[in-house]
Design a protein around this ligand. Structure first.
Ligand SMILES: N[C@@H](CCC(=O)N[C@@H](CS)C(=O)NCC(=O)O)C(=O)O
Length: 213
């Protein structure tokens, strides 16, 4: 089994956290055809990483579908709660990361990766702060017993939030969100999470350098 992934891709990174946590024997490698090319889009209809290659004919796109497949197929070292209500909460967290938190980071990422960064910094972080506030309130009612696929989806977004915000005059963007801050300080020290965050940092530095050339 192979996972096509890029180091700085947050959607790929959350799946890598899960693979390392579950100690799965899956090859992790960049796509053989370069991303964003016509050839890649012809080969893979969704046109994005991550992609899990189960066999030559079975290719799963979409981080959430891959995460659920890995839990169904490899139940040992679970990264998904057992009780229906807790599982639904975890899935709500994944959905929040996909549909709310992640998109609030796009403007910061896009501006940062562009050759000529936009000079007006004030407008970029407001949508992100709105989502962090929601997350802080969500964390007051939803607590997980162990780190799970919801936490991994949040962690890769938190890495981008804390990495990008200082360039937008927000040196400590989590300051006003104490539950998120405490959760972030704890999860980033988990060995499998830390390993992936290091991979993201190296991959993002290379990506920015290439884009600015
Ligand atoms: N909905 C997809 C999003 C994946 C995604 O946006 N991947 C980015 C890298 S983080 C990508 O492959 N972008 C290439 C492109 O948009 O052409 C998922 O959950 O896996």
């Amino acid at each position: 089994m192979k996972l096509y992934s890029l180091p700085h891709s947050p959607y790929s990174a959350r799946v890598r956290m899960q693979i390392y946590s579950k100690q799965l024997n899956i090859d992790i490698l960049p796509p053989e055809i370069p991303l964003k090319t016509t050839e890649f889009k012809d080969a893979y209809p969704m046109g994005k990483v991550p992609i899990l290659e189960i066999s030559e004919t079975e290719l799963i796109p979409e981080a959430t579908a891959i995460a659920e497949y890995l839990e169904d197929e490899f139940p040992e070292n679970p990264c998904r709660p057992k009780s229906s209500s807790k599982l639904a909460m975890t899935r709500a967290t994944v959905s929040f990361a996909n549909s709310h938190f992640g998109p609030s980071l796009f403007p910061l990422f896009k501006n940062m990766a562009e050759k000529d960064a936009h000079p007006d910094k004030s407008t970029f972080t407001q949508p992100l702060c709105t989502e962090l506030e929601k997350l802080d309130r969500w964390m007051a009612i939803h607590t997980s017993d162990a780190y799970d696929i919801g936490d991994f989806a949040l962690a890769t977004n938190l890495w981008y939030a804390t990495t990008l915000a200082p360039a937008y005059d927000q040196p400590d963007i989590l300051m006003q969100y104490p539950r998120v801050k405490a959760w972030w300080e704890a999860i980033k020290k988990q060995p499998h999470v830390e390993k992936v965050l290091d991979e993201m940092a190296a991959g993002f530095a290379a990506f920015v350098k290439k884009n600015k050339q």
